[in-house]
Design a protein around this ligand. Structure first.
Ligand SMILES: [Zn+2]
Length: 196
């Protein structure tokens, strides 16, 4: 978030092209805005498996697994309940930070367009592009059941979220067949097409 460094009160600045502008005094500072790429998907759709391959395929971007902030947010929240909108907003802020180094951000996480559109940091990003990793429900159930015992297995809930994404996200990448490397290459082509 950009606050005016000239005004005596903490005035939130507004985006204007690649600047942040104070609505009170007109002061400006650099605030490059770039698109954001979200690789969403229900649990066990293949996000974690794709991650290292996507990092290797997109060396001009920064690629994050959004789960990395869950632990810090649990510690920051008094009773361990994660404030999910705050966590999502933190990722938009990180993406805007990476944009200052001219790096587009790719987030791997189960986010939806509606969740991100309502966040305070949304206006510091230009377009947000969504692709969803997807697999058949029985494949997802088998993957969930094969996970470490401490992890949850709410298969019906994850399949319902997968159905929602299938109906709402225009770019679907199946992970039933093929390797994570192949899925990552398709995602990299999708990212690079939008950046070109
Ligand atoms: Zn000002």
């Amino acid at each position: 978030m950009h606050y005016c460094q000239r005004c005596d009160d903490p005035i939130v600045m507004a985006p204007q092209d690649d600047l942040a502008v104070c609505p009170d005094c007109g002061a400006t500072e650099q605030a490059r805005r770039l698109p954001l790429f979200v690789v969403t998907g229900a649990s066990a759709s293949g996000k974690t498996a794709v991650f290292p391959h996507l990092v290797a395929a997109l060396t001009d971007c920064v690629v994050f697994d959004v789960d990395w902030l869950i632990g810090p947010f649990q510690r920051a929240c008094e009773f361990g309940e994660v404030d999910w909108p705050a966590l999502r907003d933190a990722w938009l802020t990180i993406a805007h930070g990476a944009a200052q180094s001219a790096r587009p951000t790719v987030l791997l996480g189960p986010f939806t367009e509606a969740q991100l559109d309502e966040l305070p940091s949304r206006r510091w990003i230009t377009d947000i592009h969504f692709a969803a990793l997807d697999c058949a429900d029985d494949v997802r159930a088998a993957r969930l059941n094969a996970r470490a015992r401490w992890r949850e297995r709410e298969i019906d809930r994850h399949n319902a979220f997968a159905a929602y994404l299938r109906a709402t996200v225009p770019t679907l990448i199946r992970t039933d067949d093929g390797t994570p490397h192949e899925s990552a290459n398709r995602l990299a082509t999708w990212v690079n097409t939008h950046l070109a």
